[in-house]
Write a protein of this length. Structure first.
Length: 147
């Protein structure tokens, strides 16, 4: 079964059950963004978590095994995204990527922010001029090694 087929099956079952990622966060004690990453095969669950998820979504237990296999991560098409929401993140990196890199390296030195030892939170900020999306990324700083 392909990654797209697994994702399609999980999302369809989630919609059918009327469950949100926030509901799953409460059920699993894991962040809703991380759980969404499992649906898109960008994160892996253990066998117990996989069985709990497929049972909750009324999916075949055979699917659970596929969710435990470490996926190929970062496998989006290497083209500019066309979905407007995803494109905005691409645009943000085009405009602010180099400035962010400079500011981070001024504060921490030569290195990167980990996307492995990492959390990502999405919050809704109510505003009378239009609600706002707050995205918080928190990654461990990893200095480049000198040898």
């Amino acid at each position: 079964m392909s990654i797209a087929q697994i994702t399609e099956q999980l999302l369809a079952a989630k919609r059918k059950k009327g469950i949100t990622f926030a509901d799953l966060e409460k059920e699993f004690g894991q962040d809703e963004v991380w759980i969404a990453a499992v649906f898109y095969r960008q994160a892996t669950v253990n066998q117990d978590e996989a069985e709990k998820l497929v049972t909750l979504l009324d999916l075949p237990l055979e699917l659970a095994q596929l969710l435990t296999i470490p996926p190929v991560k970062g496998c989006l098409d290497p083209v500019i995204p066309t979905d407007p929401l995803i494109y905005r993140f691409y645009e943000i990196m085009q405009v602010y990527g180099l400035p962010l890199k400079d500011v981070i390296q001024e504060k921490f030195g030569d290195g990167i922010m980990s996307a492995i030892d990492f959390t990502l939170d999405v919050d809704k900020i109510e505003d009378p001029n239009g609600d706002r999306v707050k995205v918080t990324m928190c990654g461990k700083f990893l200095a480049y090694k000198k040898w």
